[in-house]
Design a protein around this ligand. Structure first.
Ligand code: PMP
Length: 405
């Protein structure tokens, strides 16, 4: 399955944009007409606040909102929709876990284990919390082919470990971390495991029962849904012991002048009016992905990623990072003697959208021995001919810049 034939579902690739190659899907994906129309229909016909009014219009929107929560639970095979907390994104989910749970459960001398490949949103909350609570942050290194070093992880994760917090798919290198092994390892030592699924959820089938991770965080906007909607999945026993750092309306059973009794899960972790549009758009995006079938999405991204990797790897003066066997649609690379920002500007002139920089993973970029990389991140609507156009443009770019040497 090299081509999913879905491009015509995405209005952005209309006639005006027909020549655009969008290779920045790890930043955010484009939205299919179905998701856009569903959101528009919500605003036109169903724009009522949820969980608070007795009139039936609002009741219908509440039912739809809760159906979406059930849908998310089914999408990741969670036992109960009560384990699904809506947040504003992966960053928000991880901060909620850090400030709402580990702030009260991390003692001096405990250790938090992350990998060197973490996105800043799965690093900074742990840096700050470790400092505040007197805990130590430890890093799983990468192997020579830039994948997570499981042998090293076995030495680093110990009975001192309170939490293992790792990315499932690196948003820079695109490799898949051995989450099943890490989950087993963490549990053997009595530690919890938090999986940053921001780059995994768009590309991989997820089953939290099969891999019994304790926490999972991901973002809607990287999987066809709108921005500003995220998911936090947690084991019930952990969620029950979480205190929402945010307090306010709709999260309480009763309030007096001096105290309050919170609602049951997950509502007590969702203070204030939620992102209803985001939840309804996410519901539509999940349905769209289910129709495509996640195993086929995975195969498409992997095959296309492999094709691009192989084509780039053949070029003299191009360094492609990460393992030769590609598992997802993300390819990070550099062209000798050309700064990634210059390269991205050259490609922009050809209407090829790639990212240049550190991709919110500065320690990883330094680990690769560079200050920045180019990154092409591919998704369901991308094709081989687009990859070929990128490779041809890079050849042209090398000749162009070579002219100045
Ligand atoms: N972790 C990873 C692996 C990511 O790719 C991203 C988004 N690029 C994030 C965390 C943060 O996601 P968001 O900005 O949607 O909160």
């Amino acid at each position: 399955m090299d081509n999913l034939h879905v491009r015509h579902h995405f209005p952005v690739f209309n006639k005006q944009n027909a020549d655009m190659i969008y290779f920045d899907n790890a930043a955010t994906t484009q939205k299919p007409r179905y998701v856009i129309d569903t959101i528009s229909d919500y605003y036109v016909n169903h724009n009522f606040n949820v969980h608070r009014s007795v009139y039936s219009d609002a009741g219908e929107t509440t039912a739809r909102f809760e159906k979406a929560r059930q849908h998310v639970a089914e999408f990741i095979n969670a036992a109960s929709p009560q384990q699904i907390v809506f947040t504003s994104g992966t960053t928000d989910s991880i901060n909620l876990i850090a400030n709402g749970y580990y702030a009260n459960h991390l003692q001096a001398g405990d250790e938090i284990v992350v990998s060197i490949a973490e996105h800043h949103s799965n690093l900074l909350p742990w840096q700050r919390l470790a400092k505040k609570n007197g805990a130590t942050l430890r890093f799983i290194p990468l192997t020579d082919d830039a994948t997570l070093d499981l042998t090293a992880a076995k030495k680093i994760i110990s009975d001192k470990t309170k939490l293992v917090a790792v990315t499932w798919v690196s948003n820079v290198l695109g490799d898949i971390s051995p989450i099943a092994d890490l989950t087993e390892l963490a549990h053997q030592h009595g530690a919890d495991i938090l999986v940053d699924g921001a780059q995994a959820a768009p590309e991989l089938p997820i089953d939290v029962e099969k891999i019994p991770m304790d926490w999972l965080a991901f973002s809607g906007h990287k999987m066809l849904a709108p921005t500003g909607i995220g998911i936090l999945y947690g084991k019930t026993s952990l969620l029950e012991n979480m205190n929402s750092p945010r307090l306010g309306g709709e999260m309480i059973e009763s309030v007096s002048t001096t105290s309050y009794k919170p609602k049951e899960l997950p509502y007590r972790l969702e203070a204030g009016t939620p992102n209803i549009e985001g939840v309804i758009g996410l519901d539509a995006a999940l349905l769209y992905l289910e129709e495509l079938e996640m195993p086929k999405v995975k195969t498409h991204c992997q095959k296309l990623g492999q094709y691009l990797y192989d084509e780039l790897d053949q070029l003299d003066g191009v360094t492609v990072y990460g393992p030769k066997l590609r598992e997802t649609g993300i390819v990070a690379f550099n062209v000798d003697g050309i700064h990634p920002h210059d390269a991205a500007t050259f490609l922009d002139a050809k209407h090829i959208d790639v990212r240049a920089g550190q991709h919110c993973a500065e320690p990883l970029t330094h680990q690769l021995g560079v200050n920045a990389t180019l990154r092409a991140s591919l998704y369901i609507y991308n094709t081989r001919s687009e990859c070929k156009r990128l490779v041809d443009s890079i050849k042209e770019m090398k000749e162009f810049f070579h002219g100045f040497n």
